[in-house]
Design a protein around this ligand. Structure first.
Ligand code: PHE
Ligand code: ZN
Length: 894
């Protein structure tokens, strides 16, 4: 057993940095093999004493270091693996450091690295230390001047943060560009890009009258794929002005697409660097989902310019300060864009669709995380490797915690809270508490006697709370009372604590509606007013609310619009769920009721080995939904999609992944057959309505989603026309959504000649486009007939490489994380361990993400559990092992 895991860093150990570094000048002599960096910074001490100046550095070669122009001898500083320590003799001085790094050798893609023929940087969270020695922490903020020098042919464009202030020709075919960023920033927001790119740009005038230049840079030849991204950027600027009153504070805002990128994108000040998958789109190569993904990520990174950059994090424990808030903002942006231009009802439905998608993502990724070995509060208490904490909890649950504040305050007061936050903290590096303080000041002022004191506990508590509901009806008095009781069982390391950890109650805004037996909404009297939906403030372990004038026993519509990230426990029969699925006036709760009905069916099937179960209620409910003319296509597509296997597994103990995945396949086939005529009619109606001109708007993408869902059901049900319809759709498709929908229906039929032919054709046609080739790998990785040997064979394909994160994700991650039927076998787990280790040698951040594929293993049924256990041990015993993977595996084995 290894015992040498890295020490944990604790939130409570925070100490301010003892020096200020108001100005930094960086000079780069760029070269893929060896880049020389010259850093010069002013250092100032405010307090007493002259503590050592500790600088971080990784994988750098030191050339020289000087203070106030005098080069230091080796005895005058201390250099070890990860720090350079200087011993100041004055309260103000200038440090100059020359060092070298090796971009072409950098397969971790942190720091300065090569992608394609170009150079890129990635600094968040701790990548700047791989560029030069520096206090690599977000609370040290400086003004940067950056000089870039490089070969003019290899690197015709030299970009960095801020404004281009000078450029000149140098000897030997080299040139130079000087950039100045007027805004002080932490080093994690530094960026440079050098290379040859296409650029699409637009001059805009902001609401405040500032002229600004928006630019999208991408690989040569892809300019025509950046129009959508530029549109999204422009709309982001306008939306942040209109909804949040936040103005663009730059003359120039650049986005650059990189083929090799660990994450989605990065909000470097004025120079965002994006994974190309979140920039490039044209109808022929990008699906509706890609278009919407681009919109949300472009929005997200742009919104960081205020929530993240103008106000940043004091330390990395505060990551959710910027990420939770910015995810909330991008979710609101997308919802507003989807609803734009629609009638009131259609807009409500479009917003519900966005909410359903966000909640589904939360349940598939965050709920399992919050119940597993990596469970942590949205503001973690400790970490070994911060890169492991860019999690669904910090991001998605963090966004839910902001959303609850929005629910409690309402839009107007929430915006007042945001204004207060910027009034207090613009230009600072602050904490989550500072954010809640600003919101709380508005909340207290508007609601005397109330506060966010109990609410704050969301920041320190891990685990998904459960809210148990009881409904009592007194027919004589016409009273209905609702009792809510919350509890949050210990999770992750909390389970090891003795005495057991106390988890005090949280403040849970719980949205409730009541319907009569015909599904009509009842008016609820609450705090002196009548409403169709009331938001109950559950702040204690148990609370009861009583509503008058309720003649008959009502049907409860619970946690409307998913008003809090909790699990609701409520006993009710299938008939009540069916009623809600048909009539609930809250579109989210209505969807939820249908999902719950399907979940019950699936869980029953998984326990009985899919033996035929009574399913009349489900089939009839679905038939009604299929034919409900009041529902939008996008909404119907969500309602008629079965719950995700991962979300279902969370409801079982022990978990039997194969049984649940198989049950889902079986029920899909059953629904495909039982409703075949309806699917066919829907398919034909949607197909006939497809316009020539592609648009990713909510209505058209919703129609395509429903059409392709119908096709998938026909294929699952082995409808005699399914294959020919899919084939015809594949051949005539005028956009990637339809082409992929058809291909996926064909591949879903197994290794048929038609599937093989279409796959071959697809590769031949799109082999020049990396993002489309990723789709080709991903589709095969997740096909239900795919097993480990299929994946091994695909890894031998010339287009496969582990070095490109998108490619590794498209095949290895898709198989290990999204192909339940394929991977949950002894040879699947072995394959996984092998790939974690192979990736770890190249890119520890990516390896650590793959290492989390079976986080829930301790809850699996014994045979799966034992097999994952040995695979985990095999990883743990491997040497060397990165700190990233070591942390994940040691927690999993705890
Ligand atoms: N800060 C980025 C975002 O959420 C994510 C990121 C983290 C990117 C670390 C790269 C590295 O927008
Ligand atoms: Zn972010």
């Amino acid at each position: 057993m290894r015992t040498d895991t890295a020490p944990a860093i604790s939130r409570h150990d925070y100490q301010p940095y003892p020096y200020r570094l108001p100005r930094v000048a960086l000079q780069f002599d760029l070269d893929a093999e060896c880049t020389r960096v010259h850093a010069r910074f002013e250092v100032e001490r405010d307090g007493g004493g002259l503590p050592p100046l500790v600088l971080n550095g990784q994988e750098l070669s030191l050339v020289s270091v000087s203070i106030d122009g005098t080069q230091l001898d080796a005895g005058k500083y201390r250099l070890d693996d990860e720090t350079l320590t200087l011993f100041p003799e004055a309260a103000r001085f200038i440090v100059e450091i020359a060092s070298e790094c090796r971009p072409a050798q950098n397969s971790a893609l942190m720091g300065l690295y090569v992608s394609g023929e170009s150079l890129f940087t990635q600094c968040e969270a701790e990548g700047f230390r791989r560029i030069t020695w520096f206090p690599d922490r977000p609370d040290v903020m400086s003004r940067y001047t950056v000089t870039l020098r490089g070969d003019k042919t290899a690197y015709p464009l030299l970009l960095s943060n801020g404004n281009l202030v000078a450029g000149s020709e140098l000897e030997n075919g080299r040139h130079e560009a000087v950039w100045e960023d007027p805004h002080p920033k932490p080093c994690y927001l530094f960026a440079l890009v050098a290379g040859s790119f296409d650029c699409l740009e637009r001059r805009i005038r902001t609401g405040a009258g500032r002229n600004a230049l928006l630019q999208i840079y991408s690989d040569k030849g892809s300019r025509n794929k950046t129009e959508w991204a530029l549109d999204c950027l422009h709309r982001s600027v306008q939306w942040d002005e209109q909804r949040f009153g936040l103005q663009l504070d730059l003359d120039r805002f650049m986005v650059v697409a990189a083929r090799d990128f660990n994450m989605g994108a990065m909000e470097n000040k004025g120079l965002n660097i994006f994974n190309s998958s979140y920039v490039l789109a044209e109808p022929d190569t990008a699906t509706d989902a890609s278009y919407h993904g681009i919109e949300s990520v472009i929005g997200h990174e742009y919104f960081h310019n205020w929530t993240g950059n103008r106000v940043t994090c004091r330390d990395w424990f505060q990551l959710s300060l910027k990420e939770g808030l910015t995810v909330f903002r991008d979710q609101q942006f997308s919802a507003d864009m989807m609803a734009h231009g629609l009638s009131e009802d259609a807009a409500r439905s479009a917003r519900a669709v966005k909410r359903i998608d966000d909640v589904t993502a939360l349940r598939v990724a965050q709920f399992p995380e919050d119940a597993g070995p990596m469970a942590h509060p949205i503001r973690p208490e400790s970490y070994q490797e911060i890169a492991n904490f860019y999690t669904a909890t910090v991001y998605e649950k963090g966004a839910e915690v902001i959303r609850m504040q929005h629910t409690l305050l309402g839009e107007e007061d929430f915006q007042a809270g945001i204004r207060e936050y910027f009034r207090r903290h613009d230009g600072q590096a602050v904490t989550c508490d500072d954010f809640v303080d600003a919101m709380d000041s508005v909340y207290r002022a508007r609601h005397p006697g109330k506060s966010l004191d109990v609410f704050r506990r969301w920041y320190s508590q891990a685990g998904t709370p459960r809210v148990h509901v009881t409904l009592q009806h007194d027919a004589d008095q016409g009273l209905c009372s609702i009792t809510l009781r919350q509890h949050c069982p210990p999770v992750g390391i909390e389970k090891l604590q003795s005495p057991p950890l106390e988890k005090p109650p949280l403040h849970i805004p719980f949205a409730l509606g009541l319907l009569d037996a015909q599904g009509q909404a009842l008016a609820l009297r609450h705090e002196g007013q009548e409403h169709e939906t009331v938001v109950l403030d559950l702040c204690a372990e148990s609370q009861t609310w009583t509503f008058p004038d309720i003649a008959e026993r009502p049907v409860a519509s619970l946690l409307r619009d998913f008003s809090a990230p909790v699990i609701v426990e409520y006993d009710r029969d299938d008939a009540e769920l069916a009623l809600l699925a048909r009539h609930d006036t809250d579109p989210f709760a209505r969807w939820e009721a249908g999902q719950e009905l399907a979940s019950r069916q699936l869980l029953a099937m998984s326990q009985s080995g899919s033996a035929k179960q009574e399913d009349a209620i489900l089939i009839e409910t679905w038939r009604a939904l299929l034919h409900d003319p009041a529902l939008s296509d996008a909404y119907r597509a969500r309602v008629l999609t079965l719950p995700a296997t991962k979300a279902l597994l969370e409801k079982t103990d022990p978990m039997d992944p194969l049984a649940v995945a198989q049950a889902r396949e079986d029920l899909r086939a059953r629904l495909g057959q039982a409703l075949a005529d309806s699917w066919l009619a829907i398919y034909q109606a949607c197909a006939a309505a497809e316009p020539r001109e592609y648009s990713p708007d909510a209505v058209s993408s919703g129609r395509r989603a429903l059409k392709n869902l119908a096709l998938a059901y026909l294929a699952a049900g082995r409808h005699p026309q399914a294959e020919s319809l899919a084939q015809a759709q594949y051949e005539s498709a005028r956009n990637m959504t339809d082409r992929m929908g058809a291909l996926s229906a064909l591949v879903g039929q197994g290794d048929t000649p038609a599937a093989t032919r279409a796959l071959r054709h697809f590769y031949e046609q799109w082999q020049h486009d990396p993002l489309v080739v990723d789709r080709w790998f991903a589709l095969q990785a997740t096909a239900c007939a795919t097993r480990t040997d299929t994946v091994r064979a695909l890894m031998l394909h010339p287009a496969f490489t582990l070095r490109n994160p998108n490619r590794a994700r498209s095949l290895i991650f898709q198989f290990c994380m999204n192909n339940m039927l394929g991977v949950h076998r002894p040879e699947g787990y072995e394959f996984w361990a092998e790939q974690v280790l192979a990736l770890d040698a190249l890119n520890p951040e990516i390896a650590a993400r793959l290492a989390r594929a079976f986080d829930s293993w301790a809850r699996y049924a014994p045979s799966n559990r034992d097999a994952v256990h040995s695979a985990l041990q095999r990883i743990q015993q491997h040497e060397p092992l990165s700190r990233n993977v070591a942390e994940i595996v040691s927690k999993a084995l705890n």
